[in-house]
Design a protein around this ligand. Sequence first.
Ligand code: SF4
Ligand code: SF4
Length: 342
Amino acid sequence: MERIRFGKTGLMVSRVAFGGIPIMRLSKPEAVNVVREIIDMDINFIDTAHGYNDSEEKIGEAIKGMPRDKLVIASKSPANDRKSFNEHLDLTLKRLGLEFVDIYQLHNVGSAERHKAVFGPDGAAAGLFDAVKAGKVRFAAFSSHSVPLAMQIMRTEKFAVVQLPINYIDTAAEEAIPLAKELDMGFIAMKPMGGGLLDNAELSFKYLLQFDNLVPDPGIERIEEMRQIVNIVNAKQTLSAEDKKTIEEQRREFGPEWCHRCDYCQPCPQKISISSVLTVKSLVKRMPFERAYKMANDNIQRAKNCIECGVCKTRCPYSLSIPDLLKKSVQLWTDAVAANPV
Ligand code: SF4
Ligand code: SF4
């Protein structure tokens, strides 16, 4: 598979990476097998997170004994403060069985509050920069769901890599692509298939691969899915006029319901975490249900307290019909709970 230079890191990474969320649902032997198979497909870039349950541990088992310089391993910490960050990083290294991780990201710096905490005195960012000096991390990075905030952080020029959600429906991060190029940053394309909501792999990867400085990291749990993606990537096909038409149709279909997780709709007087509720379908599709339940159930139950005041609707830049969509998500969740008793 083709390698590209990953910005100022100078790392040569495969044109597509592997995202470590869905292997949480697999048994350890199954997950180890999937990771080894994707490496056999010549994918050398694996991205996981401290918060993805046992994903780091499974990846660690799969890569045990492999030549370290043949792999690019990325992970993330959700810590706000330096102490928790250091604990997360040490646990990440232990789980992965590594002395250093190539890319370590401050996980989802997506709100003003988190930004303030992470970059405050003794915040997680200070821990990350010290870890780079100490050799535990090669390159400092961050992920975010907020494009404007991410661009603000990128401009500090303190990070070598950024990760943002982008796919042919959710295109807001296109704005950050030229900036990443200008600053010579690596760019990981999160949710290349909308977190499991888009099922047209060909369209998804043809769209993303038109940007030559970006590496999508699809999370898959079945090896056939990755084989299909690798074939699409290796074929180097570009978007045809027909593809562009299909994308336009799907944008019209999904657009009115697609939550971009920007959180501009907050705060809600009923303290409903709107974006978490509206994206629960992706959680149900990708997470082990027990874990999804722990993560989402309280939020979903709170969504039932929506008083339909409409304040959120006036703030949503995508004009989503939030109270109606909350009801749909609650119903989807109720059906999922009935199908997966916890
Ligand atoms: S309409 Fe519902 S979700 Fe939106 S702000 Fe009001 S209470 Fe919150
Ligand atoms: S509902 Fe609208 S404003 Fe709120 S997170 Fe989703 S896209 Fe953003």
